[in-house]
Design a protein around this ligand. Structure first.
Ligand SMILES: *Cc1c(COP(=O)(O)O)cnc(C)c1O
Length: 330
């Protein structure tokens, strides 16, 4: 993959059926199996964590910090002290396009000699210290699901500088057919390959990625200037080392007006908004797994609202949304 402005190349990529499939095969490529511990951010969508279970490994969930809303390096260090060499991979995710503080996370992972798999499903186009998210880890994962910044209706990609591993991933993703005339398989295979029609849509979508990021940023700044001064309102953190893709505009409400008030007021006008991802350690399915950290992700979940962020919205749409929200403060 190449960015025309930044000239950053990655050696290899496998086009797959979904971002979830890409995470799954990245875990397999790293050699994750039964008994292995994989660290995973708690404040994420379940698709980050589920593939750990597909590989019969054990997730341990890590809290966020307020500075980034993403994986907290202090909690990560604590978790390493607890689990030591049972840890075989660290998944990081870039929530809503905000990047994780990769320098800090990478320094810790290097110290313990553990590979990073970067779930960049929400952050295609986001730049951390001059470099695209998804290009820091041993593997990077992108998604082209219908809700993402660009979409093929459904699809995903695994990228890496390790060309041999990507070749292996392509082999697994096409049913692990050995190089034999007869149908021979010496490894477990999957039907995870991206179809040609879907790939064609993706090539078209890639051309408009920069335009989408531009509009997403415009939407965020519109909300921030209209709503940022309201009592108790705080927007997601934009760090000076981060150029996010602003996939979703998210605000936190710490005063009398609650997220549900905003969601219901918008819903009454037939406008959809959503809560922040419910942390994995609070999910019934993942309740039995360990969690390291405090209550940051819980607080972001309790207080956060994802505002309408579709790039097709007009200024009138944005003004109308802000008007409805502001009424709650009157
Ligand atoms: C969307 C998403 C995925 C999954 O991607 P799919 O292509 O839908 O499988 C993984 N992780 C995160 C954080 C996501 O938001």
């Amino acid at each position: 993959m190449v960015d025309s402005n930044k000239k950053i190349w990655l050696a290899s990529a496998a086009a797959l059926v979904s971002g979830t499939g890409a995470i799954h095969l990245a875990l397999r490529a790293v050699g994750i199996g039964e008994g292995d511990i994989v660290f995973c951010p708690t404040l994420t969508f379940s698709a980050t964590a589920n593939p750990i279970i597909y590989q019969n490994a054990t997730p341990v969930f890590i809290d966020s910090n307020y500075e980034t809303w993403n994986m907290d390096p202090i909690a990560l260090e604590t978790a390493f002290e607890k689990y030591g060499d049972k840890v075989k991979a660290v998944l990081v995710m870039h929530l809503y396009g905000l990047s994780t503080d990769m320098d800090k996370i990478m320094a810790i992972c290097e110290k313990y000699g553990v590979p990073i798999i970067e779930d960049a499903a929400e952050s295609l186009g986001s730049i951390y210290k001059g470099k695209h998210t998804g290009t820091f880890g041993k593997f990077g994962v992108f998604s082209f699901n219908g809700n993402k910044i660009i979409t093929t209706s459904g699809g995903g990609m695994l990228v890496s500088n390790d060309e041999e591993k990507i070749k292996k991933v392509r082999f697994w993703s096409t049913q692990s057919r050995d190089a034999a005339r007869h149908y021979q398989h010496s490894e477990l295979g999957y039907n995870y390959r991206m179809s040609n029609v879907v790939a064609g849509i993706g090539r078209g979508q890639l051309k408009i990625l920069n335009q989408r990021v531009f509009k997403k940023k415009y939407i965020f700044e519109f909300y921030k200037s209209e709503l940022g001064q309201l009592d108790g309102v705080e927007f997601m953190p934009i760090n000076d080392w981060n150029e996010p893709n602003y996939w979703l505009s998210v605000m936190m409400l710490k005063g009398k007006v609650r997220p549900l008030d905003v969601m219901e007021a918008l819903e009454a006008e037939n406008i959809e908004s959503r809560p922040v991802w419910k942390p994995m350690h609070m999910q019934p399915f993942f309740a039995e797994y360990d969690y390291v950290g405090g209550d940051v992700s819980e607080k972001i979940f309790e207080n956060g609202v994802c505002l309408p962020s579709d790039t097709k919205m007009t200024d009138e749409d944005l003004e109308r949304i802000c008007r409805i929200i502001k009424l709650l403060w009157e």
